[in-house]
Write a protein that binds this ligand. Structure first.
Ligand SMILES: CC(C)(COP(=O)(O)OP(=O)(O)OC[C@H]1O[C@@H](n2cnc3c(N)ncnc32)[C@H](O)[C@@H]1OP(=O)(O)O)[C@@H](O)C(=O)NCCC(=O)NCCS
Length: 231
């Protein structure tokens, strides 16, 4: 079992690499103005925007959980969490997900944390044993503010204990209260009953926004957009 980590506090404000855009409406300015083309010819919001920087180290406690950064000590546990048919069906994670994938996953998660493009947190109860992941995977900046896309996976052996809804609630509140997001969003397929249940239970509402379309393992996946607005 990996050792418990010390508690670290994330900066309590949103950071931008080049300038502080918080509380200002900004139009998309990144490498693909207006959005990125998706397979059906429409566009989707630009994610991982270079000027938006997440805090490099985030650790959140609440809801009976501790959400913490991934570490090398977690590598042997990752296949047990992610090498799963439902994870393969509903998420872009590697399938099969073996030891090499696990090593690469932790390395990339740490790189993305360091460069501020993502937050990826192991879901734990006490800071030690990882049970799943919750993360902030994309950002859209533009009127009326910053919108952050969140996502989650829980290992099959640990499902049904409200881990996903509790972890999502914790990260959602952090995104609203500490990162200043006016809303957080989830992109979920209609038939992913478990994920739709998590969204509902964490206070998200299905929007009328145009669904996103992504090619996923040889099929076109239509992702409906759920949102939770900051209080
Ligand atoms: C989706 C997932 C993270 C749910 O994890 P979990 O910890 O078991 O979910 P929770 O226990 O927090 O459940 C939250 C709610 O969803 C409901 N729910 C969970 N699984 C469900 C299922 N298979 N069918 C219907 N509802 C379900 C629960 O009943 C609960 O509702 P309640 O609050 O009214 O009791 C997990 O099934 C998973 O990792 N799936 C594969 C990866 C995935 O789909 N990720 C999301 C991509 S958008």
């Amino acid at each position: 079992m990996p050792p418990a980590r010390g508690n670290q506090t994330a900066p309590a404000r949103i950071l931008f690499r080049d300038r502080d855009l918080r509380n200002r409406c900004v139009l998309p300015t990144a490498h693909a103005p207006g959005g990125r083309a998706v397979p059906d010819g429409r566009t989707e919001p630009v994610t991982d925007r270079p000027e938006f920087v997440f805090p490099a180290t985030v650790s959140l406690t609440g809801q009976g959980l501790r959400l913490r950064q991934w570490t090398e000590a977690d590598v042997p546990e990752l296949p047990g969490l992610f090498d799963d048919g439902e994870v393969a069906h509903w998420t872009p994670l590697a399938s099969p997900f073996g030891p090499d994938d696990a090593r690469e996953y932790v390395t990339r998660a740490n790189e993305r944390a360091a460069d501020g493009t993502r937050i990826q947190l192991a879901i734990t109860t006490d800071g030690s044993w990882p049970l799943g992941e919750v993360g902030a995977f994309g950002v859209h900046t533009g009127p009326p503010g910053v919108s952050i896309e969140l996502g989650y996976v829980v290992g099959r052996a640990h499902r049904g204990h409200r881990l996903a809804v509790r972890a999502l609630t914790l990260l959602t509140e952090y995104a609203h209260e500490e990162l200043g997001a006016y809303r957080t969003v989830l992109n979920i397929e209609r038939d992913n009953a478990a994920s739709n249940g998590v969204a509902r239970s964490a206070g998200y509402q299905l929007t009328r926004d145009q669904p996103l379309t992504r090619e996923h393992r040889g099929r076109l996946a239509e992702l409906r957009i759920w949102q939770r607005l900051a209080a």
